[in-house]
Design a protein around this ligand. Structure first.
Ligand SMILES: NC(=O)c1ccc[n+]([C@@H]2O[C@H](COP(=O)([O-])OP(=O)(O)OC[C@H]3O[C@@H](n4cnc5c(N)ncnc54)[C@H](OP(=O)(O)O)[C@@H]3O)[C@@H](O)[C@H]2O)c1
Length: 301
């Protein structure tokens, strides 16, 4: 089996590569089908997915692949708002370039999308059948990416996740720990809710899913819903960092950071299709966060 991971230095890409290297995720062993797989990892510095010719050249030189995990994306939500064209180039056109190349070599594609494709106006977890309606540039470009991938690749899994944290790079959990230590306090939005999700748990489910031929759209987050404020409090409490905790409304946050993008108020996802197909192995979010904090190397903080 030959596998390509794009965006391999990011949070999810690096967890996928780690799972394939060790044949294990935190939840358990990954499917034996991956034993001995040839895994190619590449990031922005080696392959810009928004460059169609470069993507084709990469596949011609290194392919064909059996599975392509597209983890490359423009993920800075406020940055997307400031430059939607640049975000579209990666999240929509880039995704389409990878999907066309995957299709041409007969590969399955696992493409990652987001809860931000939903408007977040309904107070019930969204299933895969619910209508989309993004309210931010990030959400619009990611939705365009979903559509492009579905149109270009006949063997695509489009997996929406949310509020990811992994061991590589920056994330909300690491930022909260840093701010709590540096400032002695954190101020966090308490009226936006969603599903904090371990990148390692997600990698495990993606690897299981990619062994099937149940193509289409999936939701995959850790189980349970909370606000950013609840998430932040859990991070600092579990990490044992005493600090002041200030809940903010979205309005108050916007007054302090006027350039920030609008975010869905209620963006919880329901892993319905996962449950109905391969089974939902995603842990409750607090359990996954605890395991993440236990495994954090001190030097990374
Ligand atoms: N993070 C979240 O909370 C979250 C939530 C929902 C969904 N998702 C989705 O989950 C997936 C993985 O997210 P993540 O958190 O792992 O993202 P990440 O840590 O930001 O990693 C994305 C990687 O893609 C690279 N990249 C950016 N532009 C590229 C380009 N034109 N060509 C090739 N590589 C490029 C980035 O490189 P640079 O760092 O050099 O730019 C980075 O290494 C993405 O599709 C994202 O939209 C993430």
């Amino acid at each position: 089996m030959k596998i390509l991971i794009t965006g391999a230095k990011g949070q999810l890409g690096s967890e996928l590569a780690h799972c394939l290297e060790t044949m294990r995720a935190e939840i358990g062993p990954i499917p034996p089908a991956y034993e001995g797989a040839g895994v190619h990892t590449v990031d922005y510095d080696g392959l810009d997915i928004s460059d169609a010719a470069a993507v084709d050249a990469w596949f011609a030189q290194h392919g064909p692949y059996d599975i392509v995990f597209n983890c490359a994306a423009f993920t800075n939500v406020d940055g997307c708002e400031a430059d939607e064209a640049a975000a579209y180039a990666v999240n929509a056109r880039g995704a389409a370039n990878v999907a066309r190349a995957a299709q041409a070599c007969g590969a399955k594609m696992v493409h990652i999308s987001t809860d931000y494709v939903f408007p977040g106006t309904d107070e019930a977890p969204r299933t895969e059948e619910d209508p989309t309606g993004p309210i931010s540039a990030y959400g619009r470009t990611k939705l365009a990416g979903e559509e492009a991938v579905a149109g270009a690749c006949g063997r695509a899994f489009i997996v929406r996740t949310a509020w990811l944290y992994g061991h590589t790079g920056k994330n909300f959990a690491k930022t909260m720990m840093r701010l709590a230590r540096e400032n002695g306090g954190i101020s966090v939005v308490a009226d936006q809710v969603g599903n904090p999700t371990s990148a390692n748990d997600l990698a495990y489910e993606l690897l299981r899913l990619a062994c099937t031929d149940g193509y289409g759209v999936y939701h995959c987050t850790n189980n349970g819903t909370c606000s950013w404020y609840d998430f932040a409090c859990a991070v600092v409490d579990m990490a044992g960092i005493p600090c002041r905790k200030e809940p903010l409304t979205s309005e108050e946050y916007k007054e302090r950071f006027p350039q920030s993008a609008d975010r869905p108020a209620f963006s919880s996802l329901d892993n319905k299709r996962l449950r109905d197909t391969i089974g939902d192995d995603m842990r409750p979010w607090r359990e996954a966060l605890g395991a993440y904090l236990d495994n954090l190397e001190r030097g990374e903080l």
